[in-house]
Design a protein around this ligand. Structure first.
Ligand SMILES: [Cu+2]
Length: 159
């Protein structure tokens, strides 16, 4: 009898263990963590950009300077991403993360980042923000790798 009971217990335990991953899966898909890439821009400047077509919007977002984003009016309008030519507004945490990033970055423009979080209602609830390598080099232009143009990178003009 004892042996049967422990076999039943083992089976019950096995059933419980195998059911756990399924539950985790459901919980994960419900929280819907999304990863988005784009340029960190303030709302004020971005609102003009996203009226343009996708390519132009991205080019403008890339050129938008860190200094501009940190100016009082720009900062007050809140931050978000210009991603795929569209505006994605950040929540409070996203704003804080963007401010922290903009104040510490050495980039003068081209603030290309990856954010993960929750795209729920009107704002993107940011859980993390990290700078990543700019995937969109401008046509006919070498991507800026340094804050200051290096002499050896400048095209030589021997007239
Ligand atoms: Cu700006």
């Amino acid at each position: 009898m004892r042996r049967i009971l422990s076999a039943v217990a083992a089976l019950t335990l096995a059933a419980f263990v195998t059911s756990v991953p399924a539950q985790e899966k459901t919980a994960k898909s419900e929280s819907q963590t999304t990863v988005v890439k784009g340029y960190v821009v303030d709302h004020m400047c971005a609102s003009g950009m996203v009226k343009l077509d996708k390519e132009k919007a991205m080019a403008r977002a890339k050129k938008h300077t860190t200094q501009c984003a940190l100016e009082d009016d720009c900062a007050a309008s809140g931050y978000g991403l210009v991603s795929n030519g569209k505006w994605i507004k950040f929540d409070k945490n996203g704003n804080d993360e963007a401010t922290k990033y903009l104040k510490s970055t050495k980039r003068k423009s081209g603030n290309y980042v990856e954010v993960s979080g929750n795209m729920g209602g009107e704002v993107f609830a940011v859980s993390s923000l990290k700078p990543i390598e700019d995937e969109m080099p401008m046509k006919g232009e070498t991507p800026m790798k340094h804050d200051m143009p290096m002499k050896k990178d400048m095209p030589k003009k021997n007239m």
